[in-house]
Design a protein around this ligand. Sequence first.
Ligand code: 5AD
Ligand code: SF4
Length: 472
Amino acid sequence: MAKSTKTIDNSEIYRQIGLCGTIREKLQIDEKSLLAMVDTYGCQQNEADSEKIRGYLAEMGFGFTQDEFAADIIVVNTCAVREHAEMRVLGNVGALNHTKKAKPGQIICVCGCMVQQEHMARKIKMSYPIVDLVFGPHELWRFPELLLEVIERHKRIFATEKDDGAVAEGIPLRRDGKVKAWLSIMYGCNNFCSYCIVPYVRGRERSRQPEDIVREAERLVAEGYKDITLLGQNVNSYGKDLDRGVDFADLLRMINGIPGDFLIRFMTSHPKDATEKLFKTMAECEKCARHLHLPVQSGNDRILKVMNRNYDSATYIKKLELARSYMPDLVVTTDIIVGFPGETDEEFRDTLRLCEKVRFDAMFTFIYSKRVGTPAANMPDPYSREEKQAHFDALTETANRISGEKHREYEGKTVRVLVDGETGREGYNLSSRTNGGRLVHLKGDTSLIGQFINVRITASNTWALYGELENG
Ligand code: 5AD
Ligand code: SF4
């Protein structure tokens, strides 16, 4: 049983599913006679949450649309990690004034991390009267109950109480694709990196029971999914809140034991919790992709310390060397923040030096964004936006050059890829991924989607590889 993790009783979820039926009757929905649109911002965890929202909406009988003028209900699932995402959300929610005017019965819901912040919930309440329902990530499991209240009482509902969060099993899911699937293994974060809002809006780390995860993975494999990404803010601390003696490496091994031809991916890993046991397990599990996304955030030890990351650059590099000693073909990607409060030019140069040393296959780079309520928001931040932008540009240039060089090494080689969709372009109409997660464009029949095939890489650039079917 869980040591500290609160679980939502199954009967509660059954009740919510029952309420979906009540909503269907109240709105007189006759098999997709009403349409829903779910708009998702931010990370993969949010994508996974939106699949639950769609699951509930499908249970209510809604069909789905991407057209906000056609939608009878719109759910905007928001992100709070950076200001830019919040601005986009507010702009797009504001624009829904037009759709609601054209369709007065339209129900508008805003959920997710952004509205879990008190000041943002208040802003929506005061300045966006078109919004009917606001709920934070902790209330997602009771979306049907909240929506029913809006429908029955004709009033605006705000459900964004502070909460450490819980684990709810059995929420219906509606996944988008047929090839790749997200599988949440845990929620929340305990790390409190000084710049990050996530621990404040997503609550404490809560792991799902290993049996529930394995059962879901088995179902995905049986349904034909070929690429399963295990999700958590910090998957390496999986199981620490459970008294089960199962850590993340053990979980990987359990999922690897499911028969079938599929790939296991995971994100995100915190360097401080990435262990030799994890690398050894990855190397021994043939279904585990040779890809490690290990956010370093900075290459400077003073900055890492004030970021509260709990490792230094030498430890990070040593861990990667260890990982590469087990998996020489490992693809390594990272996240980096430039312009953290007080970061000097020389401190930034340490980040560039680390990147040259590690040679990441891909880097996700961000300019620091001040988040209300985090410790970094109160730190002196003397450098101008222009100075930060110059550092960002230098880092992007380095990242692009290294990615391009790494991609060129694939040219002439044959690699196994999973074809996962169409590009919409004629020359290279299919998209696929290598075991390590690199994007490969191909020309071929759409019947290949969902299949593992061998391709010869003929060209590359910073962002992608281009290949031809072997024997094709
Ligand atoms: N400003 C800029 N980037 C941030 N990230 C998290 N918080 C912030 C912030 N306040 C970045 C980190 C993290 C990624 C998901 O987003 O690099 O790894
Ligand atoms: Fe944010 Fe750090 Fe937690 Fe990642 S590990 S979600 S950066 S607090």
